[in-house]
Design a protein around this ligand. Structure first.
Ligand SMILES: C[S@@+](CC[C@H](N)C(=O)[O-])C[C@H]1O[C@@H](n2cnc3c(N)ncnc32)[C@H](O)[C@@H]1O
Length: 335
């Protein structure tokens, strides 16, 4: 074992199933030093980027290819164009010197590789028994003498997954080991010259699997916890942004309420002034009527006074605006 097991992955996305095997990806690259690595099934690139990170940090001369339609399938789910665009930009920026994404069907990528050329092949495409058997059989001739094949999902027995069944077919045909955590990873040394350190690991696994599987499960679980922490941080930042946005909306509403308060206060003042003017005018009219010597008949005088009272009442009809003013003031004073 070496310190590569404890590296922190540079790329952890929201596609979690492979993340528990990232320390094994780091280890197998530094232990077997492949010259040519191919991955079938990459999606957002958690496994592939771990291989590339290890190539880069171990300073190896490995050439890497990731093959995927980048459309998804029934098991991974269908996804949009942005998945490929984002990963392609990331890959070119970080690993453009030695890594290429081949956007095509697995079958169409076969002609890109010579027979006997691939040292490390990771098969993680569609997971039915027939699909994984076809991927394995079509790509096996491409494997070199040092060839190692990794199969993901060998421990899943639901949703039509059949890798477990295929694994049972091949695990005894070649030197192999199985890491059951994170949906299970099968490791097959298909070449005649098994890389020395992998050969030792397989031998230890055959004599007593528990220390090996426990160690890789433990370092894998550390990776998964790091990934969960990063996802929680992203969610925290998203919610924080949402709270700030809502806070800005509340501030804008309060500003609007304050402006309305001023408008209502101005109107209220105008109403009061008008009330007072009307009242003064009434007094003046009453005085004029008194001083006119009550020339007219008594009934005329009384109906004139009633008319004035009605005008006073109508000027007071605007009084209901005052409670509105009070509640708007209360609202804004809560800040
Ligand atoms: C399970 S995902 C890969 C997960 C990835 N290894 C990770 O680390 O998360 C399977 C991917 O294989 C792709 N795929 C399945 N069958 C394919 C085929 N025959 N040709 C090309 N791509 C295929 C899908 O588009 C999907 O992105």
């Amino acid at each position: 074992m070496d310190s590569s097991l404890f590296r922190v992955p540079d790329r952890l996305t929201d596609v979690a199933p492979w993340q528990g095997h990232i320390p094994f990806a780091f280890w197998v690259i530094s232990a077997t030093k492949p010259r040519l690595l191919v991955e079938l099934g990459t999606h957002k690139g958690d496994s592939y980027s771990a291989f590339c990170q290890s190539v880069s940090e171990s300073d190896l001369a490995t050439t890497c290819y990731a093959v995927d339609s980048w459309q998804g399938d029934e098991h991974a789910g269908l996804y949009g164009e942005e998945v490929f665009q984002e990963l392609n930009a990331y890959n070119q920026r970080k690993y453009g010197g030695f890594s290429t994404l081949l956007r095509m069907m697995f079958e169409d990528a076969l002609s890109y590789f010579n027979d006997g050329s691939i040292d490390l092949l990771h098969i993680d495409g569609y997971h039915s028994y027939e699909a994984v058997r076809e991927d394995f059989e079509k790509w096996l001739p491409k494997m070199s003498d040092r060839g190692v094949i990794l199969l993901h999902d060998v421990a899943v027995r639901e949703r039509g997954f059949g890798v477990w069944k295929f694994w049972a077919d091949v695990a005894e045909r070649f030197p192999s080991l199985e890491l059951p955590h994170s949906n299970g990873l099968g490791v097959l040394a298909v070449g005649s010259e098994v890389p020395e350190r992998l050969s030792q690991l397989i031998a230890s696994f055959k004599s007593d699997p528990a220390p090996i599987t426990s160690l890789f499960a433990a370092v894998g679980s550390r990776c998964q916890l790091i990934a969960e922490g990063q996802r929680a941080k992203l969610e925290f930042n998203r919610l924080n942004d949402e709270i700030n946005r809502m806070g800005n909306e509340v501030t804008a509403e309060r500003d609007r309420a304050e402006k309305l308060t001023v408008t209502v206060a101005t109107l209220s003042e105008q109403i009061s002034i008008r009330d007072e003017l009307v009242h003064a005018q009434e007094l003046r009219i009453e005085q004029l009527i008194e001083s006119s010597g009550q020339n007219g008949p008594e009934s005329d005088f009384e109906s004139l006074k009633a008319l004035i009272r009605r005008r006073v009442v109508s000027s007071k009809l605007l009084a209901p605006a005052r409670p509105i003013l009070t509640s708007v003031r209360e609202l804004t004073s809560r800040r």
